[in-house]
Design a protein around this ligand. Structure first.
Ligand SMILES: *Cc1c(COP(=O)(O)O)cnc(C)c1O
Length: 468
């Protein structure tokens, strides 16, 4: 031991005097405080989540929710026997969501929490595949959809199901019910309308698709079920557009997924998969675990999962209730509509979705009115990033890939005042771009990059996500 005392200041300690370990398993240990500072400081380079208008996910939660998350850090939701009350709260949520979506018998509807809509979508898709097979399906199963979130591409690839995406036609952004009949056959395990499209925020016409499938059935006898991907719309329409019929009120809808961590207002890691009635969830998908001496059905892709998300979702449900959700969601629609009006007022943009609760989610999407505006949306997105705003610009899917759109998803915690600050930055950015053009429009190839959307090959410059 040399006589020199260990330095007291964190930044003079060995762990912070050299670069953080980046590859290869680190050999030396360091003080918890030092390691914390290394990690904490590095994360300062991340964007500010509440200014990330590319994400759909919860970026603001209240103090009680934080406390409950903290208190349940150590609870594994799969241990039903050890944490029976966590299991109970999850079951209560399932019944509440089933009731919200008008399941015929919400007290006995099968459903589960998941890590998000992706897992819930896989489960809905798998149930459809097993039902199809049980009904004598043979050959290569397929499912039909419009422009979907990437989870459906994943479902198709991971579980060997053909994905049949109906191309956009005319000036529509959503799947046209009239096109559905041409894409289904006896191997179609389900049609998947998206209730809150990732590209535009628009609702697809679930009732229209259902009517189209009724017509197919009356003509051919094929009874094709619907799974609704209500990742973002499932906790909006029930409160702000209650007359819109998209859920289990339509007998053809056999299962629905939604993200609790999007408009459900729960912290990240919460999703819901709900079936219409027990017969719609094939037994092959069910595994039983111990629960207070009896066995309890589970159907998840994961085994261990954190319990806090379902616990906190239950807190949200009882804290806000129908009244509170309506108030919160209506306020976000109001703020989103303010954004749409202000963007329109700038004169350069045409709204695709202006946050009308009957047409879509609490988001605004827009395109340039005039392609010779003197700037493009990728440059605008880039420019806004210098002020910390993360707003995605990306091409439309499939056969409309030459068109660029921009989308801002507004969430609980975004205020009118923030919209005004954003609009001032948009106006300033446009001004600068028109004076100093940054680039000619990027071709799709140059744009490169990565998207969460299934069909669009390429968004683009902003690392901001096209969909969360
Ligand atoms: C976000 C989203 C998903 C994926 O949900 P996660 O909760 O992120 O797994 C699927 N479909 C749609 C329409 C979405 O918006």
């Amino acid at each position: 031991m040399s006589g020199a005392p260990e330095p007291d200041d964190l930044f003079a300690r060995p762990g912070l005097r050299r670069a953080a370990p980046k590859g290869g398993f680190p050999v030396p240990e360091m003080l918890g405080q030092v390691a914390y500072e290394v990690v904490h400081d590095e994360l300062m380079l991340d964007g500010v989540s509440r200014m990330n208008l590319a994400t759909f996910c919860t970026t603001w939660v209240d103090d009680q929710a934080r406390r409950l998350m903290n208190e349940s850090l150590d609870k594994n939701i799969v241990d039903k026997d050890e944490y029976p009350q966590t299991a109970e709260l999850e079951q209560r949520c399932v019944r509440m969501v089933a009731d919200l979506w008008h399941a015929p018998a919400p007290m006995s509807t099968p459903g589960t929490s998941t890590t998000g809509s992706s897992e819930a979508a896989m489960l809905g898709g798998l149930a459809a595949k097993f039902r199809w097979r049980k009904n004598g399906g043979a050959g290569v199963p397929n499912f039909v959809c419009g422009p979907v979130q990437v989870c459906w591409e994943k479902f198709a690839r991971y579980f060997d199901v053909e994905i049949r995406q109906i191309p956009l036609r005319g000036d529509r952004f959503t799947m046209h019910p009239d096109d559905v009949a041409d894409h289904v056959d006896q191997n179609t395990i389900m049609v998947v309308p998206t209730f809150g499209q990732t590209f535009t925020g628009l609702f697809e016409d679930v009732a229209g698709v259902s009517a189209a499938l009724d017509e197919v059935e009356s003509r051919t006898g094929m009874d094709i079920p619907i799974h609704v991907d209500a990742a973002s719309g499932g906790f909006l329409a029930p409160f702000c557009a209650p007359d819109l019929v998209w859920d289990f009120r339509l007998p053809r809808v056999k299962s629905i997924n939604a993200s609790g961590h999007k408009t459900g207002l729960a912290p990240l890691g919460a999703g819901w998969a709900i079936w219409r009635e027990p017969a719609d969830l094939p037994e092959e998908l069910i595994f039983n675990v111990d629960y207070l001496g009896v066995s309890m059905a589970t159907f998840n892709l994961n085994f261990s999962r954190p319990g806090g998300q379902a616990i906190t979702q239950y807190y949200d449900f009882i804290r806000l209730g129908h009244t509170g959700y309506r108030r919160v969601q209506a306020e976000i629609y109001r703020v989103s509509q303010h954004l749409a009006a202000e963007l329109t007022g700038l004169g350069y943009f045409e709204m695709i979705h202006d946050a009308d609760p009957r047409h879509g989610i609490t988001a605004v999407s827009w395109r340039l009115k005039d392609l010779d505006a003197g700037f493009n949306l990728y440059d605008l997105s880039d420019r806004l990033r210098t002020r910390g705003w993360l707003i995605a610009a990306y091409p439309l899917p499939a056969n409309r890939g030459d068109e660029t759109i921009m989308r801002a998803v507004l969430r609980h915690g975004f205020s009118v005042d923030m919209v005004d600050l954003l609009i001032a930055d948009v106006a300033r950015s446009i001004d600068q771009l028109r004076k100093n053009p940054m680039s000619r429009p990027l071709t799709r190839r140059e744009a490169g990059g990565f998207t969460h959307s299934a069909t669009a090959a390429v968004p683009v410059k902003p690392a901001a996500e096209a969909a969360p």
